[in-house]
Design a protein around this ligand. Structure first.
Ligand code: GTQ
Length: 340
Protein backbone atom coordinates (compact mmCIF):
# COMPACT_ATOMS: atom_id res chain seq x y z
CA UNK A 1 0.00 0.00 0.00
CA UNK A 2 1.47 3.32 -1.09
CA UNK A 3 1.21 6.11 1.48
CA UNK A 4 2.60 9.34 -0.01
CA UNK A 5 1.65 11.25 3.11
CA UNK A 6 3.67 8.85 5.30
CA UNK A 7 6.62 8.78 2.91
CA UNK A 8 6.83 12.56 2.96
CA UNK A 9 6.62 12.48 6.72
CA UNK A 10 9.46 9.86 6.89
CA UNK A 11 11.62 12.13 4.72
CA UNK A 12 11.13 14.94 7.23
CA UNK A 13 11.95 12.58 10.12
CA UNK A 14 15.14 11.42 8.40
CA UNK A 15 16.35 14.99 7.99
CA UNK A 16 15.91 15.52 11.73
CA UNK A 17 17.61 12.20 12.63
CA UNK A 18 14.39 10.63 13.80
CA UNK A 19 12.71 7.35 12.87
CA UNK A 20 9.28 5.71 13.26
CA UNK A 21 9.46 2.74 15.64
CA UNK A 22 6.37 1.15 14.09
CA UNK A 23 8.35 0.33 10.93
CA UNK A 24 11.06 -1.60 12.80
CA UNK A 25 9.50 -2.83 16.06
CA UNK A 26 9.19 -6.52 15.11
CA UNK A 27 12.83 -6.65 14.03
CA UNK A 28 14.08 -4.80 17.10
CA UNK A 29 12.09 -6.95 19.49
CA UNK A 30 11.74 -10.33 17.75
CA UNK A 31 9.55 -13.23 18.80
CA UNK A 32 12.66 -15.34 19.29
CA UNK A 33 16.41 -15.04 18.68
CA UNK A 34 17.37 -14.93 15.02
CA UNK A 35 21.13 -15.42 14.75
CA UNK A 36 22.73 -14.19 11.56
CA UNK A 37 25.31 -16.99 11.82
CA UNK A 38 24.64 -20.08 9.72
CA UNK A 39 25.49 -23.68 10.53
CA UNK A 40 28.82 -24.52 8.92
CA UNK A 41 31.42 -27.29 8.80
CA UNK A 42 35.12 -26.76 8.05
CA UNK A 43 36.77 -29.95 6.84
CA UNK A 44 40.26 -29.81 8.33
CA UNK A 45 41.98 -31.80 5.59
CA UNK A 46 40.95 -29.17 3.03
CA UNK A 47 41.68 -26.21 5.31
CA UNK A 48 45.09 -27.63 6.26
CA UNK A 49 46.34 -27.24 2.69
CA UNK A 50 45.62 -23.50 2.82
CA UNK A 51 47.26 -23.19 6.25
CA UNK A 52 50.44 -24.90 5.11
CA UNK A 53 50.40 -22.71 1.98
CA UNK A 54 50.23 -19.61 4.21
CA UNK A 55 53.44 -20.89 5.81
CA UNK A 56 55.23 -20.55 2.46
CA UNK A 57 53.88 -17.03 1.82
CA UNK A 58 54.25 -15.11 5.08
CA UNK A 59 56.29 -15.58 8.29
CA UNK A 60 54.78 -15.56 11.76
CA UNK A 61 56.89 -12.49 12.59
CA UNK A 62 55.65 -10.57 9.55
CA UNK A 63 52.03 -11.59 10.04
CA UNK A 64 52.26 -11.02 13.83
CA UNK A 65 49.80 -13.94 13.98
CA UNK A 66 49.66 -16.26 10.96
CA UNK A 67 46.01 -17.17 11.17
CA UNK A 68 43.26 -18.18 8.77
CA UNK A 69 40.02 -16.78 10.15
CA UNK A 70 36.97 -19.06 10.05
CA UNK A 71 34.39 -16.81 8.43
CA UNK A 72 30.77 -17.71 9.01
CA UNK A 73 28.97 -17.61 5.62
CA UNK A 74 26.07 -15.75 7.23
CA UNK A 75 28.40 -13.02 8.53
CA UNK A 76 30.65 -12.17 5.58
CA UNK A 77 33.63 -9.85 6.11
CA UNK A 78 33.12 -9.69 9.87
CA UNK A 79 35.78 -12.20 11.02
CA UNK A 80 33.04 -13.91 13.02
CA UNK A 81 32.30 -17.61 13.33
CA UNK A 82 29.13 -16.94 15.34
CA UNK A 83 27.24 -13.75 16.16
CA UNK A 84 29.63 -12.95 19.04
CA UNK A 85 32.67 -15.21 18.66
CA UNK A 86 35.84 -15.34 16.62
CA UNK A 87 37.73 -18.44 15.50
CA UNK A 88 40.97 -18.78 13.57
CA UNK A 89 43.50 -21.49 12.80
CA UNK A 90 47.03 -20.44 13.70
CA UNK A 91 50.20 -21.98 12.29
CA UNK A 92 53.64 -21.72 13.82
CA UNK A 93 56.59 -23.34 12.07
CA UNK A 94 59.76 -24.65 13.72
CA UNK A 95 62.02 -21.78 14.78
CA UNK A 96 59.30 -19.12 14.55
CA UNK A 97 58.08 -16.66 17.15
CA UNK A 98 54.72 -14.84 17.18
CA UNK A 99 55.68 -11.63 19.01
CA UNK A 100 54.43 -10.57 22.44
CA UNK A 101 51.38 -8.38 22.78
CA UNK A 102 48.33 -8.06 24.98
CA UNK A 103 44.71 -7.10 24.47
CA UNK A 104 41.46 -6.84 26.37
CA UNK A 105 39.93 -9.66 24.33
CA UNK A 106 40.18 -13.05 26.07
CA UNK A 107 41.58 -15.91 24.02
CA UNK A 108 41.66 -19.67 24.11
CA UNK A 109 43.91 -21.97 22.16
CA UNK A 110 42.70 -25.45 21.36
CA UNK A 111 45.62 -27.48 20.04
CA UNK A 112 44.78 -29.27 16.80
CA UNK A 113 48.00 -30.71 15.44
CA UNK A 114 51.70 -31.00 16.37
CA UNK A 115 53.50 -30.94 19.69
CA UNK A 116 56.23 -28.93 21.30
CA UNK A 117 55.32 -25.35 20.45
CA UNK A 118 54.79 -23.12 23.45
CA UNK A 119 52.82 -20.12 24.49
CA UNK A 120 54.01 -17.82 27.27
CA UNK A 121 51.29 -16.12 29.27
CA UNK A 122 52.01 -13.45 31.84
CA UNK A 123 55.51 -14.77 32.58
CA UNK A 124 54.95 -18.53 32.37
CA UNK A 125 55.47 -20.85 29.47
CA UNK A 126 53.38 -23.90 28.66
CA UNK A 127 54.09 -26.58 26.07
CA UNK A 128 51.31 -27.49 23.63
CA UNK A 129 50.00 -30.96 22.85
CA UNK A 130 46.96 -31.90 20.74
CA UNK A 131 43.70 -31.55 22.66
CA UNK A 132 45.11 -29.12 25.24
CA UNK A 133 42.90 -26.17 26.14
CA UNK A 134 45.05 -23.10 26.86
CA UNK A 135 43.89 -19.68 28.09
CA UNK A 136 45.19 -16.19 27.43
CA UNK A 137 43.33 -13.95 29.90
CA UNK A 138 42.30 -10.41 29.06
CA UNK A 139 45.27 -8.01 29.15
CA UNK A 140 47.90 -10.75 29.77
CA UNK A 141 51.15 -10.52 27.79
CA UNK A 142 51.54 -13.47 25.46
CA UNK A 143 53.85 -14.72 22.74
CA UNK A 144 54.01 -18.06 20.98
CA UNK A 145 57.04 -19.97 19.70
CA UNK A 146 58.01 -23.27 18.18
CA UNK A 147 61.31 -24.84 19.22
CA UNK A 148 60.19 -28.32 18.10
CA UNK A 149 60.75 -29.83 14.65
CA UNK A 150 57.19 -29.94 13.29
CA UNK A 151 54.54 -27.37 12.38
CA UNK A 152 52.01 -26.74 15.13
CA UNK A 153 48.42 -25.70 14.40
CA UNK A 154 45.83 -24.60 16.92
CA UNK A 155 42.39 -23.06 16.95
CA UNK A 156 42.19 -19.56 18.42
CA UNK A 157 38.85 -18.75 20.03
CA UNK A 158 38.35 -15.13 21.07
CA UNK A 159 35.50 -12.90 22.24
CA UNK A 160 36.59 -10.29 19.64
CA UNK A 161 33.14 -9.49 18.12
CA UNK A 162 31.60 -9.09 21.55
CA UNK A 163 34.36 -6.84 22.87
CA UNK A 164 34.29 -4.77 19.69
CA UNK A 165 30.51 -4.41 19.89
CA UNK A 166 31.04 -3.00 23.38
CA UNK A 167 33.86 -0.77 22.03
CA UNK A 168 36.14 -2.12 24.74
CA UNK A 169 39.06 -3.28 22.59
CA UNK A 170 42.53 -2.13 23.62
CA UNK A 171 45.88 -3.60 22.55
CA UNK A 172 49.56 -3.04 23.23
CA UNK A 173 52.71 -4.45 21.64
CA UNK A 174 55.51 -5.53 23.95
CA UNK A 175 58.89 -3.84 23.46
CA UNK A 176 60.47 -7.29 23.00
CA UNK A 177 59.36 -10.08 20.65
CA UNK A 178 59.41 -12.50 23.57
CA UNK A 179 58.29 -11.36 27.02
CA UNK A 180 60.28 -12.55 30.00
CA UNK A 181 59.27 -15.72 31.84
CA UNK A 182 59.46 -15.28 35.58
CA UNK A 183 58.03 -18.59 36.80
CA UNK A 184 58.95 -22.17 35.80
CA UNK A 185 56.66 -24.20 33.55
CA UNK A 186 53.98 -25.95 35.63
CA UNK A 187 53.88 -23.29 38.34
CA UNK A 188 50.23 -22.29 37.77
CA UNK A 189 49.12 -25.93 37.70
CA UNK A 190 50.92 -26.60 40.99
CA UNK A 191 49.43 -23.57 42.73
CA UNK A 192 45.86 -23.79 41.43
CA UNK A 193 45.31 -27.03 39.52
CA UNK A 194 45.67 -29.69 42.19
CA UNK A 195 42.43 -29.13 44.11
CA UNK A 196 44.37 -26.63 46.23
CA UNK A 197 44.68 -22.86 46.09
CA UNK A 198 46.87 -20.46 48.08
CA UNK A 199 45.29 -19.79 51.47
CA UNK A 200 45.76 -16.05 51.02
CA UNK A 201 43.74 -15.99 47.78
CA UNK A 202 40.67 -13.80 48.01
CA UNK A 203 37.63 -16.09 48.42
CA UNK A 204 35.89 -14.27 45.57
CA UNK A 205 38.53 -15.79 43.32
CA UNK A 206 40.00 -14.56 40.06
CA UNK A 207 37.98 -13.59 36.96
CA UNK A 208 39.93 -15.91 34.70
CA UNK A 209 41.25 -19.32 35.71
CA UNK A 210 44.92 -19.08 36.70
CA UNK A 211 45.28 -22.68 35.45
CA UNK A 212 46.03 -21.68 31.88
CA UNK A 213 46.69 -25.10 30.36
CA UNK A 214 44.20 -27.92 30.83
CA UNK A 215 46.13 -30.84 29.27
CA UNK A 216 44.18 -33.25 27.10
CA UNK A 217 45.65 -36.25 28.87
CA UNK A 218 43.92 -35.29 32.10
CA UNK A 219 40.65 -34.26 30.44
CA UNK A 220 40.53 -37.51 28.49
CA UNK A 221 41.11 -39.58 31.61
CA UNK A 222 38.31 -37.76 33.44
CA UNK A 223 35.90 -38.39 30.55
CA UNK A 224 36.77 -42.08 30.50
CA UNK A 225 35.55 -42.41 34.10
CA UNK A 226 32.13 -41.08 33.08
CA UNK A 227 31.49 -44.12 30.92
CA UNK A 228 30.11 -45.82 34.03
CA UNK A 229 27.15 -43.40 33.96
CA UNK A 230 24.22 -43.17 31.59
CA UNK A 231 25.15 -40.37 29.17
CA UNK A 232 23.10 -37.20 29.56
CA UNK A 233 20.41 -37.36 26.83
CA UNK A 234 21.29 -33.91 25.44
CA UNK A 235 25.00 -33.58 26.16
CA UNK A 236 26.40 -37.10 26.36
CA UNK A 237 29.24 -37.44 28.88
CA UNK A 238 30.15 -33.78 29.17
CA UNK A 239 32.45 -31.90 31.53
CA UNK A 240 32.90 -28.15 31.71
CA UNK A 241 36.30 -26.56 32.30
CA UNK A 242 36.20 -24.75 35.61
CA UNK A 243 38.01 -21.81 37.19
CA UNK A 244 39.20 -23.45 40.44
CA UNK A 245 39.21 -20.12 42.30
CA UNK A 246 35.48 -19.40 41.94
CA UNK A 247 33.81 -22.44 40.37
CA UNK A 248 32.77 -20.38 37.34
CA UNK A 249 33.67 -20.94 33.71
CA UNK A 250 37.42 -20.84 33.06
CA UNK A 251 37.13 -17.62 31.02
CA UNK A 252 34.63 -14.94 32.11
CA UNK A 253 33.21 -14.49 28.59
CA UNK A 254 33.71 -17.98 27.12
CA UNK A 255 32.34 -21.33 28.26
CA UNK A 256 34.40 -24.39 27.39
CA UNK A 257 33.60 -28.07 27.68
CA UNK A 258 34.65 -31.47 26.43
CA UNK A 259 32.30 -34.36 25.75
CA UNK A 260 32.51 -38.06 25.07
CA UNK A 261 29.78 -39.68 22.98
CA UNK A 262 29.89 -43.48 23.01
CA UNK A 263 29.59 -45.17 19.61
CA UNK A 264 25.96 -45.22 18.49
CA UNK A 265 24.83 -42.58 21.01
CA UNK A 266 22.42 -40.04 19.55
CA UNK A 267 21.74 -36.85 21.52
CA UNK A 268 18.23 -35.43 21.84
CA UNK A 269 17.71 -32.14 19.98
CA UNK A 270 19.10 -29.23 21.98
CA UNK A 271 19.16 -25.45 21.59
CA UNK A 272 20.39 -22.61 23.76
CA UNK A 273 20.73 -18.90 23.23
CA UNK A 274 24.53 -19.00 23.21
CA UNK A 275 26.29 -19.59 19.89
CA UNK A 276 28.99 -22.26 19.90
CA UNK A 277 32.00 -23.64 18.09
CA UNK A 278 32.75 -27.36 18.16
CA UNK A 279 36.02 -29.13 17.36
CA UNK A 280 36.10 -32.89 16.95
CA UNK A 281 39.07 -34.50 18.70
CA UNK A 282 38.46 -38.23 18.23
CA UNK A 283 36.01 -40.42 16.36
CA UNK A 284 33.39 -39.59 13.78
CA UNK A 285 30.08 -37.82 14.39
CA UNK A 286 27.02 -36.88 12.39
CA UNK A 287 26.04 -33.34 13.29
CA UNK A 288 22.57 -32.08 12.44
CA UNK A 289 22.18 -28.32 12.91
CA UNK A 290 18.79 -26.93 11.98
CA UNK A 291 18.06 -28.57 8.63
CA UNK A 292 21.72 -29.15 7.68
CA UNK A 293 23.71 -32.31 8.27
CA UNK A 294 27.47 -32.80 8.35
CA UNK A 295 29.79 -35.73 8.97
CA UNK A 296 32.63 -34.47 11.14
CA UNK A 297 36.02 -36.06 11.72
CA UNK A 298 38.90 -35.24 14.06
CA UNK A 299 40.20 -31.63 13.73
CA UNK A 300 37.06 -30.49 11.87
CA UNK A 301 35.38 -27.34 13.16
CA UNK A 302 31.63 -26.60 13.27
CA UNK A 303 29.68 -23.39 13.83
CA UNK A 304 26.53 -23.89 15.94
CA UNK A 305 24.41 -20.72 15.83
CA UNK A 306 22.40 -19.90 18.95
CA UNK A 307 18.81 -21.04 19.28
CA UNK A 308 19.06 -23.49 16.39
CA UNK A 309 18.42 -27.07 17.56
CA UNK A 310 21.25 -29.52 16.95
CA UNK A 311 21.72 -33.25 17.38
CA UNK A 312 24.90 -35.32 17.50
CA UNK A 313 25.14 -38.96 16.49
CA UNK A 314 28.40 -40.75 17.23
CA UNK A 315 29.35 -43.08 14.38
CA UNK A 316 32.37 -44.08 16.48
CA UNK A 317 33.31 -43.19 20.05
CA UNK A 318 33.63 -39.43 19.71
CA UNK A 319 35.35 -36.76 21.77
CA UNK A 320 34.56 -33.12 20.98
CA UNK A 321 35.54 -29.75 22.44
CA UNK A 322 33.05 -26.87 22.50
CA UNK A 323 33.32 -23.19 23.31
CA UNK A 324 30.50 -20.66 23.46
CA UNK A 325 29.55 -17.22 24.75
CA UNK A 326 27.22 -18.71 27.39
CA UNK A 327 28.78 -16.89 30.39
CA UNK A 328 27.84 -13.53 28.88
CA UNK A 329 24.19 -14.53 28.50
CA UNK A 330 24.17 -15.93 32.04
CA UNK A 331 25.68 -12.79 33.54
CA UNK A 332 23.06 -10.67 31.77
CA UNK A 333 20.13 -12.94 32.64
CA UNK A 334 19.63 -13.83 28.98
CA UNK A 335 20.57 -17.50 28.90
CA UNK A 336 17.76 -19.87 27.85
CA UNK A 337 17.81 -23.48 26.70
CA UNK A 338 15.38 -25.71 24.86
CA UNK A 339 15.37 -29.44 25.47
CA UNK A 340 13.89 -31.48 22.64
O1 GTQ B 1 47.48 -15.25 19.24
O2 GTQ B 1 47.24 -13.35 20.24
O3 GTQ B 1 43.73 -15.56 16.08
O4 GTQ B 1 45.70 -11.56 19.18
C1 GTQ B 1 43.65 -13.32 16.75
C2 GTQ B 1 44.15 -12.29 17.56
C3 GTQ B 1 45.26 -14.81 17.67
C4 GTQ B 1 46.91 -14.16 19.38
C5 GTQ B 1 44.21 -14.56 16.83
C6 GTQ B 1 45.21 -12.55 18.42
C7 GTQ B 1 45.77 -13.82 18.48
Amino acid sequence: MSRPDLNMYYKKLENQHLGPLWEVLKGLVPNEPKPRAQPHHWDFAAVRERIIEAGTLISAEEAERRVLVLQNPGLPETSQITDTLYAGLQLILPGEVAPAHRHTQSALRFIIEGSGAYTSVDGERTTMHPGDFIITPSWAWHDHGNEADEPVIWLDGLDVPLVNFLRAGFREEHENAVHKTVRPEGDAMARYGMGLVPITLNRGGLDTSPVFNYPYERTREALEHLRHDEPDPHHGHCLRYVNPTNGDWAIPTIATSMRLLPKGFHTRPYASTDGAVMVVVEGRVKVKIGSEEFLARPKDVLALPGWLPYELEAVEDTVAFTYSDRPVYEKLGLWREWLG
